[in-house]
Design a protein around this ligand. Structure first.
Ligand code: PXL
Length: 275
């Protein structure tokens, strides 16, 4: 069985980051080791959340793993609590990531804004982590902040998206996937690029008009799991996008929908994505 390491926060309530990644990765038959970056009472879209920074735990934990000769088949990073943690994750890539899949979801913003607590300097630093990754999966907002471009949420062309993907891979990673891309009113999908082969792909689904929190974390967790199980990037993205749509639809069907996360648990329980 494969063992991977995922590095992101614990938001105790709110269905994102580790509370999403752990069950999803496990459901794909992969052992998920974790390195929590911070503990929050909820994710940062709630008012008055608590935040306990775990930066000082990271190096001792990694030293112990090295002493015990623990290794991982891949590393997947999500929400990181501070710019200092980005340097520590770069060290983890160096110490544990050689020849392994290094997958970065630069989770730091959406809809044209950075999440509470992040600034442009953090976004620029996140671009350095993306440079050291094999595959990155930013949304349009995160890509614009990392590249220092103005955010355009709609009405862009395929050329605009393809140029942005070329710029993202020029940071240093070989493959990039932009999420939340749509050229027509009723479509939303992910646009991928492999800088080695020069190939692009666009995988789209019918747009669900309501927007939910935590869908990027679900996409990244499913996509990384599929890659770890040997699927191609295009197929992994397609499965991940379908999984997100099913999770959103399961939430919309609920008599008492919650606003802070989607019902990915119902999709897991359906068994549809077991392979
Ligand atoms: O879903 C991304 C995410 C992860 N972790 C925390 C967040 C968010 C988005 O807001 O606040 C703490």
């Amino acid at each position: 069985m494969k063992r991977i390491l995922t590095i992101q926060d614990i938001s105790c309530v709110g269905k994102c980051s580790l509370t999403v990644a752990l069950p999803i990765i496990s459901s794909f038959g992969i052992e998920a080791a974790i390195l929590p970056t911070a503990t929050l009472s909820t994710h940062t879209a709630f008012k008055g959340f608590t935040f306990h920074d775990l930066t000082s735990d990271i190096s001792p934990i990694c030293r112990h793993w090295q002493e015990q000769n623990i290794d991982f088949d891949g590393i997947y990073t999500g929400y990181l609590g501070s710019a200092e943690q980005i340097d520590l994750v770069l060290n983890i890539f160096r110490d544990f990531g050689d020849g392994k899949l290094k997958f970065v979801d630069p989770a730091m913003g959406d809809n044209g804004s950075l999440y509470t607590g992040f600034d442009i300097a953090f976004a620029r630093k996140m671009a350095k982590l993306c440079a050291a990754a094999d595959i990155i999966v930013p949304n349009l907002t995160e890509a614009c902040f990392m590249l220092g471009k103005p955010y355009i949420g709609s009405g862009y062309s395929k050329e605009y998206i393809e140029d942005m993907l070329r710029e993202l891979t020029a940071l240093g990673c070989k493959r990039a996937v932009l999420t939340g891309v749509g050229f027509e009113e009723n479509e939303l999908g992910c646009y991928g690029y492999d800088a080695v082969t020069g190939e692009f792909f666009f995988d789209k689904n019918e747009k669900i008009s309501q927007s939910f929190h935590g869908t990027g974390d679900i996409f990244a967790s499913v996509c990384f799991s599929c890659l770890t199980r040997g699927k191609s990037l295009e197929e992994s993205c397609s499965i991940a996008a379908d999984f997100v749509c099913d999770s959103m639809n399961a939430t919309l069907c609920d008599e008492k929908p919650i606003w802070y996360g989607v019902h990915f648990e119902k999709v897991l329980a359906s068994g549809k994505y077991l392979f």
